[in-house]
Design a protein around this ligand. Sequence first.
Ligand SMILES: Cc1cc2nc3c(=O)[nH]c(=O)nc-3n(C[C@H](O)[C@H](O)[C@H](O)COP(=O)(O)O)c2cc1C
Length: 350
Amino acid sequence: MLDFEVIARERLERAFYDYYAGGAEDEITLAANRGAFAEVFLRPRVLVDVSRIETSTTLLGTSVSMPVLIAPTAFHRLAHPDGELATAKAAGGARTLMVASTIATYTLEEIARVATGPLWYQLYVYKDRSLARNLIQRAERAGYRALCLTVDTPCLGTRERDVRNRFTLPPGILMRNFEAAGFDVASLGDSFHSYARRQLDCSLTWDSVAWLRSETKLPILLKGIIAAEDATLAVQHGVDGVIVSNHGGRQLDGTEATLRALPRVVDAVQGRAEVLMDGGVRRGTDVLKALALGARAVLVGRPCLWGLAAAGEEGVGRVLEMFRQELTLAMALCGCPEIGAIDRSLIASD
Ligand SMILES: Cc1cc2nc3c(=O)[nH]c(=O)nc-3n(C[C@H](O)[C@H](O)[C@H](O)COP(=O)(O)O)c2cc1C
């Protein structure tokens, strides 16, 4: 898996690699997400029949072949000309779910047209609410099965690599969902940061979740929950799922690692919504640890971008297959023949 990053780094322009790889400020949280997995140890059970391992599960009623989903990440065309289309095809090939980003470089309809697996749509709510409404209605029409409202981005974290590189989108690579909404994409400027400053709605509150609930019948997940108190509020606002996430360490540097936050969120939610997590998941054993701590599934961001940069659809497919193989092996070695057998007793506590 880690080899894909090496290949991607060789292939990608420096500014694009840095945009994908980087985190906010000192990248403390970026490193902490990964480091947290090394601090959690497993307590495998033995003499269990593991001749057949079943990794399949369901998420908000949708079947997937494994609890590893593709996290929403922006601008896939920076990695490969087929961009999000390649990623969606690879997700379908692996019979798992892709969450498409609002700031994709193909439209949500184009992605849905080629997808052979289930899709969720990640939503940023913009100052211009009619734009959000446009995106929600289009996502519903195109067959997306849930909306993930990203709540950790009232404004953009400072990613110093992008500042140093003066990161901008190259000509011809556009935030196509806005174009399709009749929005003047040129007015967004070619600078991603000026787009964010102008368009992200930093006045979003829990009322906005109620607004979203009134706008759609689709299940809603809140992406970017760390505090148990917010998980409780999320449930009180009728959401169907929460994603424990710190945006891959790209927002508030110094935020706690997601694996550490996860069990407290799970305890607060008490089964009233599905809990997923992302951040630093790179191995099958990482997936197992997250599930043991109560996640129903994990999402992976950068590994898919590395696969995409290395070999397009095939590269993403290979990354997903590696996750499947590693998870299968980890489950066998832990004495868990199916997902339902994974619980907190697998985690060593001192
Ligand atoms: C390059 C990049 C772009 C991202 N774009 C988005 C986005 O558009 N919307 C969103 O909700 N999260 C976005 N994220 C956050 C991911 O959904 C996810 O939370 C994070 O990547 C998980 O961490 P990982 O990369 O360590 O797997 C982005 C992450 C990266 C690395």
